[in-house]
Design a binder for this molecule. Sequence first.
Ligand SMILES: Cc1cc2nc3c(=O)[nH]c(=O)nc-3n(C[C@H](O)[C@H](O)[C@H](O)COP(=O)(O)OP(=O)(O)OC[C@H]3O[C@@H](n4cnc5c(N)ncnc54)[C@H](O)[C@@H]3O)c2cc1C
Length: 404
Amino acid sequence: MPNKQVAIIGAGPAGLACAEVLSELGVYDITVYEQKPSAARKFLMAGKTGLNISHNEDLDIFISRYDHPDWLAPMIQKFHAKEIQAWMQGLAIESYVGSSGRIFPNEMKAAPLLRAWLKRLQERGVKFFYRHQVLSLQDRSLTILDLLQQQPKTIYADAIVLACGAVSWPELGSDGKWQNWLDSSVIQPFQPSNVGVLVNWSAYLQPIFGQPLKRIQAWVEDQPRQFGEMVISHYGLEGGLVYRCNRALREILRTQSSAILYLDLLPDLNQTQILQKLQQGKKQSLNTLWQKIGLDKTKIALIRDVVSKADWNDVLKMAQHIKQLAIQVQGFRPIEEAISCAGGIQLDALDENLMLKHNHLIFACGEMLDWDAPTGGYLLTACLATGRQAGIGIHQAFNATETR
Ligand SMILES: Cc1cc2nc3c(=O)[nH]c(=O)nc-3n(C[C@H](O)[C@H](O)[C@H](O)COP(=O)(O)OP(=O)(O)OC[C@H]3O[C@@H](n4cnc5c(N)ncnc54)[C@H](O)[C@@H]3O)c2cc1C
């Protein structure tokens, strides 16, 4: 019997992870169609600032980072931090766990890993067609445009895997056009995630644009406090700590025009300690006093911008502001700039093997699915884990048909 034909759309980490699982089995003809001239451009971009591919922490905590932990758990349990490190080692890429628990390849970059990965897939017979843009999907037929020849062709596959990514950084390939191929009722509209937030600063703050707010805590409503740092930019706030508050802010901004982000500027001191220090130094100038209690120039400038001047000499109110500075967030930077996206194919439109319930033998994986996570290696882990699950799912689906 001839091998079953599997077409994978998208050579990002999810599509490649799916090809990896299937090619190991040696019984499928696997073709990857990628519209860009080369594979995994977003993955390579992720490697520019250090490829944080996973996170070494207790599995339950790891899984709790996702917005749909129960749904992702069975897939992440099969392939997370340890398995990812072992998989990289199998490709001769050594990795390390940073002090924050983040996992990086020793060389930090994505390119050596990607090169080794593609080489192994090609050796296993996976075929890659670059500059091939899938235009439409009809049952298990794909209309594909060869972007060099400008020739469309239609191919049929026994199983199809959608691994087309979401809609951020579209210049890297994930343009979201695949949304036209599916019934809109199964797609949750995309929203930016892991992205800067908008705050209306006064012109006074301009000199500190680009400066970090270090060792602070941030939180939204009754959500747990998050520790870290963020950067003040001309449009608002950027950085890992504000990204971790994105999901809670998004919930509020769904129904309201603004949301409050709270900052604790001196988390190592409690409010009583701050109050005492402020009372003791009342005779000094405000800047001197505030610096003495541990506020640096950036934090002082932020306080002067956000807190009403009427409160500056009120030590009780200032102690409260320092512990709970209320920043009014107006929205998010555009989705094109976001590191990732929330939204995508609804999880209840998929079975446990990531096959679309209403499209037999069409599977989907990676960031095009409606899950969300903060940065820290969780995004790539879920892309790899869901890509692998789609591969496992295809094999199970064919096995089930043959044993019937
Ligand atoms: C700047 C930046 C830094 C990041 N850093 C990290 C990090 O350190 N750690 C982390 O975990 N995550 C990081 N991420 C997120 C991570 O890179 C993505 O979550 C991941 O790449 C998504 O993988 P994917 O395979 O689902 O989609 P993608 O990587 O977007 O790949 C989808 C592929 O499908 C192709 N495609 C789409 N439509 C078609 C079509 N019609 N025909 C043919 N091909 C098509 C695209 O060209 C693309 O190559 C970062 C993202 C960015 C933008």
